[in-house]
Design a protein around this ligand. Structure first.
Ligand SMILES: *[C@@H]1O[C@H](CO)[C@@H](O)[C@H](O)[C@H]1NC(C)=O
Ligand SMILES: *[C@@H]1O[C@H](CO)[C@@H](O)[C@H](O)[C@H]1NC(C)=O
Length: 233
């Protein structure tokens, strides 16, 4: 089976599994252990941040109790307990996806690059829309660069990287903060909510699609287009 096809299948089945995992009427997580994932890489915002924003901006006020109250301690999650990404990790049998910016944690089973307050649109794209993002600039493009750095730091060659990524689960989400920033901008706040969203939605969704696009290139089993090198011509 070609790598392209294999990657496509992994992506498709992952999406289907995720959809079934978050389906509102199912209260039992699907068992993902048979998939044999070796690692999880997650990208996104506070819906899946397990401690990056806290590591980046330690504060005596934010990220503390009552956040984490149902599990007895604050963990950097913007939640009173666990997040969907934690339940996905549990379903795969892997440990929780550790925040990348907390360097004291183990990242051998993957890493979480999500940062609370970020959007999918880059700082440059937001500047084109004259939308100043106030919460965090660690948008998807920045998270993808961290991912690249992580791979460079941990895998000695292309083959090792490829073998690892072939059996990794990628989870990518976001968009809520892009729409929120649009609504908070004096340029657009007079427009009805739905009109604001219609304006940028194609770009927000485009950023997501661009990140998961698979290209048929040799020596590349990575789902993220940013990390696929063009074949040498
Ligand atoms: C890193 O994670 C550990 C264990 O959860 C935690 O005690 C520590 O405060 C975190 N460090 C930062 C900078 O967030
Ligand atoms: C994001 O970047 C802009 C432009 O460089 C800067 O003005 C702003 O303070 C940054 N925001 C945060 C939360 O770091």
């Amino acid at each position: 089976m070609s790598l392209w096809f294999e990657s496509r299948l992994t992506l498709l089945s992952s999406l289907l599994l995720l959809i079934s995992l978050v389906h509102p009427h199912s209260c039992k997580a699907v068992d993902l252990k048979p998939c044999g994932f070796q690692a999880i890489y997650n990208f996104g915002d506070s819906l899946s941040d397990t401690g990056n924003a806290m590591a980046e901006h330690p504060s005596p006020h934010a990220w503390h109790y009552p956040l984490g109250m149902t599990i007895g301690r604050a963990t950097g999650r913007a939640c009173d307990g666990l997040l969907i990404i934690d339940h996905i990790a549990e379903a795969t049998g892997l440990p929780f996806c550790n925040p990348y910016l907390n360097k004291s944690l183990d990242h051998s089973k993957g890493a979480n690059f999500a940062v609370g307050g970020t959007g999918l649109l880059s700082k440059e794209e937001r500047a084109e829309w004259n939308v100043n993002f106030v919460w965090s600039n660690d948008s998807l493009d920045v998270q993808l660069r961290w991912f690249d750095q992580h791979l460079n730091d941990n895998f000695k060659d292309e083959k090792a990287r490829r073998d690892h990524l072939k059996s990794s689960l990628f989870v990518i989400g976001g968009g809520g903060n892009d729409y929120g920033a649009m609504g908070g901008s004096p340029l657009y706040d007079k427009l009805p909510y739905i009109e604001q969203k219609k304006l940028i939605m194609p770009f927000v969704v485009g950023a997501l699609v661009d990140a998961v696009k698979v290209r048929s290139v040799p020596n590349c089993a990575i789902l993220l287009s940013h990390y696929c090198q063009e074949p040498a011509s």
